[in-house]
Ligand binder design. Structure first.
Ligand code: SF4
Length: 280
């Protein structure tokens, strides 16, 4: 698959809440925290979800203690389940399908996330063999999202994730190594994979091509850091301070990660990420 086609696939992964039956506000299990002001069990509509599937406190989510709702991004999984898998019939119209619809949503969400990462991986300069491997995975995932509800809930997600994780890891190593050697002329960035960096100060550091896969960066001070070519897949960036950081060529960064962090007008972001409206 050509990089431009992959780019188009990635850009198409955009949530359209107007075509969704409020699935993130209903299907998910949410435990009360500073991100969400109350417990909400899976399969139970949030008390603020209106009959028309809009949020009653949409304009005041942050000041009402629901900032997690402003961060969340299903990448379009919600409208896919609502309009395709369940053919435009909501759980209100078809209560007998509700349970299954709520079970399908988190499955679709994971498939969409994997599609986003694979399509990003295909935008990099990589070998023909790696491109073929990624394309194969993308086609497989694209076929899975078309399954019916019964088959979707039967999927073994761990088994789906394994080959995807492997090929993404391979891509990350290749791309970061090329960037280090041929673009930045530096040694490959440090390994922070899976590390607990909660509240840690990394301020001003040169973190180009570092590996932050699965790292806990909650409230980390990343002000003024150079994070070009750094891999952020699965990293937790909640309340990390990204003011003045350069993330222009960071890898596998998601809109949700950026929405959950803080930054300013000096934070440099990849072109496919939007600057959150709550940043100053
Ligand atoms: S507060 Fe609004 S956006 Fe958040 S879960 Fe409830 S209805 Fe949905």
């Amino acid at each position: 698959m050509e990089a431009t086609v992959a780019n188009r696939v990635r850009k198409s992964l955009t949530a359209d809440c107007s075509a969704c039956f409020g699935l993130c506000c209903t299907a998910l299990n949410i435990i009360a925290s500073s991100d969400f002001a109350m417990d909400k069990p899976a399969g139970t509509p949030c008390t603020y979800l209106q009959e028309d599937f809009k949020c009653h406190i949409h304009k005041d989510l942050r000041k009402s203690g629901f900032k997690g709702c402003t961060v969340y991004d299903c990448l379009g999984a919600g409208q896919k389940v609502s309009q395709d898998t369940f053919k435009g019939y909501s759980w209100r119209e078809n209560p007998t399908d509700a349970k299954q619809m709520f079970e399908v949503f988190p499955v679709m969400e994971q498939l969409y996330e994997m599609i986003a990462f694979i399509s990003e991986a295909l935008t990099y300069e990589i070998s023909k063999d790696l491109r073929m491997e990624l394309t194969g995975q993308l086609e497989h995932l694209q076929s899975l999202i078309e399954l019916d509800a019964r088959n979707l809930v039967s999927l073994n997600m761990a088994a789906c994730r394994l080959p995807v994780n492997e090929v993404l890891l391979k891509t990350s190593e290749v791309v970061r190594s090329n960037l280090s050697r041929n673009v930045f002329s530096i040694r490959m960035g440090r390994q922070y994979r899976g590390m607990d960096l909660i509240g840690r100060s990394l301020k001003g550091k040169d973190l180009r091509t570092a590996d932050f896969r699965g790292a806990l960066l909650i409230k980390a001070d990343l002000r003024g850091t150079d994070l070009r070519g750094a891999d952020f897949i699965g990293a937790d960036l909640r309340d990390a301070n990204l003011c003045g950081a350069n993330l222009t060529t960071s890898m596998f960064l998601t809109q949700m990660q950026i929405n959950s962090a803080s930054g300013n007008n000096k934070t440099l972001l990849p072109s496919y990420i939007q600057r959150p409206s709550h940043w100053f």
